[in-house]
Design a protein around this ligand. Structure first.
Ligand code: GUN
Ligand code: FE
Length: 455
């Protein structure tokens, strides 16, 4: 049911700040005609009862059943929409081979509009069903297919940021799949921005355009310069890959003599609305630069296992106060589920702290130091952290924030959460949700107060 102009009575969880879970018990959430949260009333506040009674009388009150928990919708900070047909395959070679052997040939197919529409429709349906209410998408180099992705998101009601991929470097991109020139890359990006902003169904700005240089190796200097200028002009979000693997990191060092973060900064591509995917090999200086620019990192824990050659030091980045969100990196990561990526982030953080070589003594197995995160940090980056990264009012339940939310039905028989009333209460319930919930537990999805879960 749509919840605009309604009041939802619900229990649930959100994590506006790292390290702390705010437990909501029978709160009343007033949602406005614009899909934003107008007010939240907690039991114990003086007028709670009278507000509840009044809403009930006018038929505006919607009550979640017991055993159902409200969570902010997930913010997937890094998705390659065209790679969905490849999810769960092509994971047997390093990044630079994977791009040429599997990924560029697949992305080139989006010239075919019937393939593009079918694939994008399936992806957006599946992500919504997985509880992803906001996605930051790389599309392909194609204008028409990228517009189709924008249309699909608007039609199905997903909040999305969509970029036409810019890639024109003939040394790294095959002839069959690259922008014809820097002008084509930059003007194509501008045309997509104009399309999104003028779209007749996008009055609320639910879809936003993103300047998307694929990564430095795939772009010429002229394209990177042109896109930097365009960002200045349009004030758009920016997304790119940054220091992902040994090869990608080394390529930029040998081309420019500086790191990705420093080079992106020079081109004017590192700002408050920039999202750097992976960022595994950031130096201490890079981290400081990213923090100062208030840019964000999309942590992609599952993808990193296959392509990064290292584990992203998530805890260190969070301790430093850097904006970090979580990304599936479909199809570098083999799961479309943000919950599975939460688990991946926790697992890899633990491996980084302990080390993994059993032949080494416990004291020398890892020299990294404290690196573990827990379910609280994972949940934070999957929701509020993503919203902060994008500078959008999503991922938290607060007045002024958009009502982008999901319901976890812990009683769903076909689901995988098993609670025991005698044992499970408070945060423990969220912990079990993060570790064990699956698609059948996701009972409802709202974006901007509109119910978008498909039948
Ligand atoms: N670097 C450049 N392109 C890509 C991509 O599609 N996926 C990942 N994981 N890394 C990239
Ligand atoms: Fe990626």
């Amino acid at each position: 049911m749509d919840l605009r102009n309604k009041t939802l009575c619900a229990s649930g969880f959100h994590a506006p700040e790292r390290g702390h879970i705010d437990i909501l018990e029978d709160v009343l959430i007033d949602i406005g005609a614009d899909g934003a949260i107008k007010a939240i009333h907690r039991p114990g506040e003086p007028n709670y009862r009278s507000i509840r009674d009044a809403r009930e009388e006018t038929g505006e009150l919607v009550v979640l059943p017991s055993g159902s928990y409200l969570l902010p919708g997930f913010v997937d900070l890094h998705v390659h929409a065209p790679q969905y047909p490849q999810l769960g395959s092509a994971l047997d070679v390093p990044l630079e081979v994977w791009l040429q052997q599997y990924t560029f040939p697949l992305e080139a197919k989006y010239q075919d509009m019937s393939f593009a529409k079918r694939s994008y429709g399936l992806l957006v349906d599946d992500l919504l069903a997985n509880g992803t209410t906001t996605a930051l998408y790389f599309a392909t180099i194609h204008q028409e297919a990228t517009r189709a992705l924008v249309d699909v998101c608007l039609e199905k009601g997903q909040r999305a940021l969509v970029g036409k991929v810019a890639m024109d470097n003939a040394d790294e991109c095959p002839e069959y799949y690259r922008d014809a020139s820097p002008q084509a890359a930059v003007e194509g990006t501008r045309q997509l921005i104009d399309y999104v902003r003028a779209h007749p169904d996008n009055g609320e700005g639910r879809v936003l355009p993103v300047v998307t240089p694929r990564f430095i190796p795939s772009c010429t200097d002229a394209t990177l310069e042109g896109l930097g200028e365009l960002v200045k002009e349009c004030g758009c979000h920016v997304q790119t890959h940054c220091s992902e693997s040994d090869w990608a990191h080394g390529y930029v060092l040998s081309r420019y003599g500086v790191t990705d973060a420093a080079a992106l900064d020079r081109f004017g591509l590192l700002g408050r609305r920039s999202v750097l995917a992976h960022a595994n090999f950031l130096t201490a200086e890079d981290m400081e630069r990213v923090r100062m620019r208030e840019a964000a990192i999309a942590h992609c824990p599952l993808s990193n296992v296959y392509f990064a050659n290292a584990v992203f030091p998530l805890r260190a980045a969070l301790d430093k106060g850097i904006h970090v969100g979580l990304g599936t990196d479909i199809s570098g990561g083999p799961s479309a589920s943000m919950l599975e990526n939460c688990r991946g982030a926790i697992l890899m953080s633990r491996a980084l702290e302990t080390g993994v070589d059993p032949r080494l003594d416990a004291t020398t197995r890892s020299t990294f130091g404290p690196a573990q995160i827990d379910f609280r940090d994972a949940f934070h980056i999957a929701t509020a952290g993503g919203g902060i990264a994008l500078d959008l009012p999503v991922g938290q339940f607060k007045p002024g924030y958009l009502f982008d939310a999901i319901v976890i039905d812990t009683k769903a028989e076909k689901g995988s959460v098993r609670l025991f009333d005698e044992l499970d209460a408070g945060e423990q319930i969220l912990q079990k949700i993060i570790y064990t919930a699956s698609k059948p537990n996701i009972a409802s999805t709202w974006v901007g107060g509109l119910h978008v879960r498909l039948p």
